[in-house]
Design a protein. Sequence first.
Length: 511
Amino acid sequence: MTGGGLLVAGTTSDAGKSVVTAGICRWLVRQGVKVAPFKAQNMSLNSFVTREGAEIGRAQAMQAQACRVEPTALMNPVLLKPGGEQSSQVVLLGKPVGELSARGYHGGRQQKLLGTVLDCLAELRGTYDAVICEGAGSPAEINLRRTDIVNMGIARNAGLPVLVVGDIDRGGVFASFFGTVALLSPEDQALVAGFLVNKFRGDVSLLEPGLDMLHGLTGRHTYGVLPFRHGLGIDEEDGLRVSLRGTVRESNVAPPVGEDVLRVAVCAVPLMSNFTDVDALAAEPGVVVRFVDRPEELADADLVIVPGTRGTVRALEWLRERGLAEALVRRAAERRPILGICGGFQVLGEHIEDDVESRRGQVEGLGVLPVRVRFAREKTLTRPVGEALGERVDGYEIHHGVAEVTGGEAFISDDQGHSLDGCRVGQTWGTHWHGSLESDGFRRAFLREVAAAAGRRFVPAPDTSFAALREEQLDRLGDLIEQHADTDALWRLIESGAPQGLPFIPPGAPA
């Protein structure tokens, strides 16, 4: 028997599809429904490694957590990792299969992946009571409809009802809802069941006349109006857009436990990937995280982080062009704390030999860590466990670079004290492990070291649980759906599909 399904589409990128999908998933699982997330094709620099060693988008990993299930490659069969404005690495069923230009991908490769995508969705629907699918961008991208495998292409082939989410905080939500439907073909329109308003501020009664008129114009209901709430973003990113000042989640963090705060500056390198690594720091009371792109912004930082990047050599050049490289070298010599993660670890080393990512051959690094990096064609995708600073560390690795450490101290070791990853020299640390700061004991121990080196009277909170904060966040998303959406009508959609007899709205898709 095939389980029910729903496609959550959006009027635009960042309309709230990922958040709404996670919220519906958490609401369903609390009703006892066995549910899984699905996104046929994701474009993101934030990725995650499943237990079987497959790379998928972090948003789908978080949605799986909302479902209380283990993430798998089936939930995100196609992942595109941009390497610039013109090309992306294509990750298929968790493994990289090559680089393609946008024209090459949309010109033929994408459509060939439809069978794989549908097989993954069918397997999930055969296993779960419901599968909540997330679209990408807008379903009304008429220039891409012929080869679409993530919006109406998947909805048509799998017979999924479609819920269109609109961000009213941006303005123009009624025009966006109407225009989205009116630009679809009659066959596609028949699957668009209705709308969901996201990020509404104010009195809903003032919005209701517009919703009634929208129903009169389209014959489609609005399934809910979700109020604006701070701190509800999950690990999402579409394409190359990264808000350097607003990436860290807004949350109600308690005041510092000690007398001082700890200031963390994150270098906003090009093609920054897995910048979610710093979310665990931002959740700590008394830790202030900001993204920086000028050397003077490092001056008052107690810790500087060089994060992961999809373009290590390009990031290195950017650091030098901006004057940040010189500031980092000077900072390391002064024994002021620096942490390099993945690509950030690589740029801190002596040299990089890259015939894979940038194809630039040997490039000199910043030389503050005794590390030589060689890019391998095979990507490392693992979920390691180790120890550092006397605490357990869990992480995940996603990188082509292989590090040869020739000196310094081991950073992360096994239970026998043998080095597993990274190194440390003075107050400069480097590791390939993403997600290590989510290990509560290690994060506290690391922050104590940083505070001591920086001369700050900062004390880590003894009871901050990052995993618990994630769960609270997902429960808040479930609450939003439960309290502000028509859940009975949503369940009918998931179980029975789009209502019959939905009217066609002209002009429809161009011939």
